[in-house]
Ligand binder design. Sequence first.
Ligand SMILES: O=C(O)CCC(=O)C(=O)O
Ligand SMILES: [Fe+2]
Length: 369
Amino acid sequence: MATVTQYTQVELLTLHGPEFRRVSTAPPRLPTEDEIPIIDLSTIDNGFEARKAIASQVKAAAESTGFFYIKNHGISEELLDRALSTAQAFFSQSIEQKELVSNKKSKHADGFHGVGSTQGMMAEFQINMCHSDRKETFSLRYNPMNDPTMSNPETLLSDPSYSYGNDEFLWEGTSHIPGFRETTIEFWQRRLALARKMIRIFALALDMPEDYFDSVTTNPGADGLYVHYPGSPETLSEDTETDVGIGSHTDIQCVTLLWQDMSGGLQVLSASDEWLDARPIPGTLVVNIGDFLQRLSNNRFKSTVHRVYNRQTTSRYSMPFFLGFNPDSVCQVVPSCIDKDHPALYEPISCGKWHRNRLALSQGKPITA
Ligand SMILES: O=C(O)CCC(=O)C(=O)O
Ligand SMILES: [Fe+2]
């Protein structure tokens, strides 16, 4: 007997008002190789032609599901293991110890966000409309002192419009965890370097010179996170919505790099409104596109709805990294994405303002013009 696909709706908050998306109620299925491809980065440093070849695969993925895996990405298993142990050591503490580095002490929301404390502004300040997120987070944001490519961090540090560099409390409040500061900063640096390489690949994928985004990634949005999804109580029924890890959302900035443990639970909406199981694949990171890059690409590259369901009784850990552009650089739709049939759909805006507006929206505050 043929099965009839049934649909429900998810509500997403956007700057243009709420947006409703049809989604299938069927359980997630495995993606095809084209839907979420695995792209090999082993040749990324081998010269321009090699990078063009990678970019053409990235372009195909970016124009379809907007999600892909990368392998041979250059971040060692040793560092990933160390970062995971560091995250686990942090989250296994008492709530009082975690609150020593509460994000409330920071202008940039660095630090600890407890379970359910920050609906609608967790992680990268995603907008989750359905229910409280069941996760806790530690986040480290851009600080020019931690960026090895920044030749004059003092200039930025002394610029009051940025209020960079007030993250000492993070290291004081975690100094009892061996290696926490060293590992967290080293991992953040490696992810920033990889994200900068990836944005060059994205420039090529948009048929632009590979250095096209370099000038807007000198002090970019760069949010490195540890995330813990506590296990769900065994008593929860299958259809309850309360044990969701992160509700349906799109990422806000440009490119997300995600390490996930082997628990599973990451689901990605397909072009035909079905949930795809973006299962963990050892040795890979998941890459996806955020709303700001979709905007700059005139909607050519897809910022795709995804969510996390942790329905197991044990913890799930993930470590996402969100790359934006320099907060004050005004960016316009990329010229190669505009022609007479495809006029620019969006006004120029800075990534910082875009991010702030999305945050204000999620908190019910007015949006600045
Ligand atoms: O934890 C994950 O697997 C994904 C997290 C995510 O989508 C996010 O933080 O934006
Ligand atoms: Fe996300």
